[in-house]
Design a binder for this molecule. Structure first.
Ligand code: NAD
Ligand code: USQ
Length: 395
């Protein structure tokens, strides 16, 4: 693979205990890189707060790392702590001395950020302050470190023009400029990503650091070649109405014989990406760093589908009869909008995407069936309402 031809990198993965951080850590370790993970277990805490758990059981971070070492002989260093603690963040960057920092460590559920004032403030403080601390650590300790930051397609919203990769060439009153693509996101969580992007672009300009902002679409799937090697390496698989993402939820609902919960008329279009492509994109971004001073943006998605198309695909592939239920949309979002996204940057670096296919969905059905007994069906029902300033959390 490309990874083996490149020199080994020291890569620090922030949020390395999460749904995507853990499989990425394994993929980069397998690719020959020297990997460390950092996490404060906030994600495991939200499950306690809501009274739910990952559908697929997950081991402690320490047991995961031990299992990987026993299977492969590869070490993964581990740092437990919070990025909003600047001293801790700087200490880890100094001690591990990374070439690359991959930053997944944020509160990432839109509904969680919309529960009430407290959850909105927590989300933005956690995400924006954590990222500023990372930027300062890079600037002060080693400005050559490449920051690979997870952003989101939802930051763009649904503009009535095509969505470019981060930047937009504009002409206004006869003058031209290249500006950050205007953002119109749909939750306080998605807004935190917009604020992060602006802060990172500013840090690139003033300190000459190098950064890649990955505006990722909705991820689906649960296994990568590395996590599939042992049950103890499994990553989390969320189904609840706060952290469960739409395609994963539809698969789980179909296996349980529950109706697929389409919010509104289902004409909202979203960019999606399969988890194996996520870990490959991260590898490509790390091994092909941005230049000093460059704020590089990729739209990390492989296809666009409406929510109705996602539901119909699951219904067609499912061996059981599946019903589709339209719920009054608990979110405030546009329906029937224009959606055309440029996403060629990662393909140009070598990404060969896995598109949503019957085989892919069938393998997800298998995983889901194995653990279906762990589902609390009531947690499938959305309780967070965008139009109210305070919603109920938990079931
Ligand atoms: P996740 O919640 O499973 O993982 C995030 C991890 O970061 C968790 O383990 C959490 O404990 C940790 N964390 C959070 N705040 C922290 C802090 N202050 N200090 C230390 N650790 C902290 O989320 P995920 O689904 O793996 O998403 C990872 C990243 O990718 C997020 O930034 C998310 O916005 C982005 N993303 C995710 C998706 C998706 O569909 N899952 C899609 C697009 C973008
Ligand atoms: N939706 C349904 N039914 C459901 C769940 C969701 O119709 O049961 C709809 C929502 O209304 C929305 C779309 O599906 O239009 C996506 O919702 P989601 O919960 O799957 O994803 P979202 O809130 O957008 O957030 C997820 C991740 C987040 C990431 C984002 C990428 O949780 O971390 O940033 O996907 S993106 O959507 O590109 O912004």
């Amino acid at each position: 693979s490309r990874g083996r031809q490149e020199p080994e990198l020291k890569i620090l993965i922030l949020g390395g205990d999460g749904y995507l951080g853990w499989p990425t850590a394994l993929h980069l370790s397998e690719g020959g890189h020297d990997v460390a993970v950092l996490d404060n277990f906030a994600r495991r805490g939200y499950d306690f707060e809501m009274g739910v758990d990952s559908l697929v059981p997950i081991e402690t971070l320490q047991a995961r790392i031990r299992t990987w070492r026993d299977l492969t002989g590869r070490e993964i260093a581990c740092y437990i702590g919070d990025l909003t603690d600047a001293d801790f963040t700087s200490h880890v960057v100094t001690e591990f001395g990374p070439d690359t920092i991959v930053h997944f460590a944020e509160q990432r559920a839109a509904p969680y950020s919309m529960v009430d004032r407290k959850h909105a403030v927590y989300t933005q403080v956690n995400n924006v302050v954590g990222t500023i601390n990372v930027l300062y650590a890079i600037a002060e300790i080693n400005p050559d470190i490449h920051l690979v930051k997870l952003g989101t397609m939802g930051a763009y919203g649904e503009p009535n023009i095509d969505i470019e990769e981060g930047w937009l060439e504009i002409e206004h009153k006869g003058r031209k400029d290249r500006v950050l693509f205007p953002k119109r996101p749909g939750s306080f969580y998605h807004l935190s990503k917009v604020h992060d992007s602006h802060n990172i672009e500013f840090a690139c300009r003033i300190w000459g650091i190098r950064a890649t902002d990955l505006n990722q679409g909705i991820v689906y799937g649960q296994q990568t070649p590395e996590t599939a090697r042992d049950d103890r390496l499994a990553t989390r698989y969320d189904y609840d109405a706060v952290f469960g993402t739409v395609l994963n939820r539809f698969v789980i609902q179909s296996v349980l014989g529950l109706p697929l919960t389409v919010y509104g008329n289902g004409s909202q279009v979203r960019g999606i990406i399969e988890i194996r492509d996520t870990v490959r994109c991260l590898q490509l971004a790390c091994e092909n760093p941005a230049d000093r001073g460059e704020f590089r943006v990729f739209n990390q998605m492989t296809q666009s589908l409406s929510i109705t198309q996602m539901a119909e695909t699951i219904a067609r592939v499912s061996p059981e009869k599946v019903t589709i239920e339209h719920l009054a949309n608990p979110r405030v979002e546009e329906e029937g909008h224009h959606y055309n996204v440029v996403h060629s940057g990662l393909v140009d670096l070598g990404l060969d995407p896995h598109l949503l296919s019957d085989t892919l969905i069938e393998s997800l059905f298998e995983i889901t069936k194995r653990f279906a007994h762990r589902v609390r069906p009531e947690a499938m029902i959305p309780t967070v309402d965008w139009r109210r300033s305070a919603s109920r959390l938990g079931w």
